[in-house]
Write a protein that binds this ligand. Structure first.
Ligand SMILES: [Ca+2]
Length: 192
């Protein structure tokens, strides 16, 4: 191999590595420290409790894909009216308002806005909107005190008694704007 070929090869490797844009060290540290103190963890090795829900004019697909030999959650959407993916906790975790939700999400070019929704112990829905205006992996940290009572919909019998987190019923992730996209999610943790 001559010098030019070697330089070309090195540049190609650099380009490929650059394109993959792995998590920045700072983000990796956030995930690792979250995992070390987590009150709740979902690494998506088993996604059987995650299900899709959607309106007639939408389609939502929940699946598992491998990224760097690690399973993560895939949410593929074509949103008309409404839809998302969620998990009902078989063993309801007990959290408190000082805890935070931390997870990794890989965005796309859809520029959609994710609604992260927690169903508290009375079935009341609390949400946080996250603009997914990035294509790479990003670590999102949301303190529970940033979740707001969902205004556009609540179950009929849900009491409006604040974000009561002693036996949390479920969590869901939904696109909120019409359109198509694919998001990957990994390392969801609740931390003190
Ligand atoms: Ca409540």
């Amino acid at each position: 191999m001559n010098k030019i070929s070697i330089i070309f090869l090195l540049l190609s490797l650099l380009f490929i590595t650059g394109c993959q844009k792995p998590l920045k060290l700072k983000d990796m540290n956030v995930v690792e420290s979250a995992q070390s103190v987590a009150l709740y963890q979902d690494d998506f090795n088993n996604i059987s409790e995650w299900t899709a829900f959607f309106s007639k004019d939408s389609s939502i697909e929940v699946g598992q894909v491998m990224v760097d030999n690690q399973p993560c959650l895939k949410l593929a959407f074509r949103l008309g009216d409404w839809g998302g993916i969620g998990k009902s906790f078989s063993k309801k975790p007990s959290w408190n308002i000082n805890n935070s939700l931390v997870f990794k999400i890989k965005g796309d070019s859809s520029n959609n806005i994710a609604r992260i929704e927690i169903t508290d112990n009375g079935g009341e829905r609390f949400i946080k909107l996250i603009p997914v205006n990035f294509k790479d992996w990003k670590v999102i940290t949301i303190p529970f005190n940033e979740f707001k009572h969902r205004q556009d919909w609540q179950p009929d019998k849900a009491p409006k008694d604040g974000f009561t987190l002693t036996a949390v019923e479920g969590i869901s992730i939904s696109p909120t704007l019409k359109g198509s996209g694919v998001w990957l999610i990994d390392d969801l943790n609740v931390i003190p």
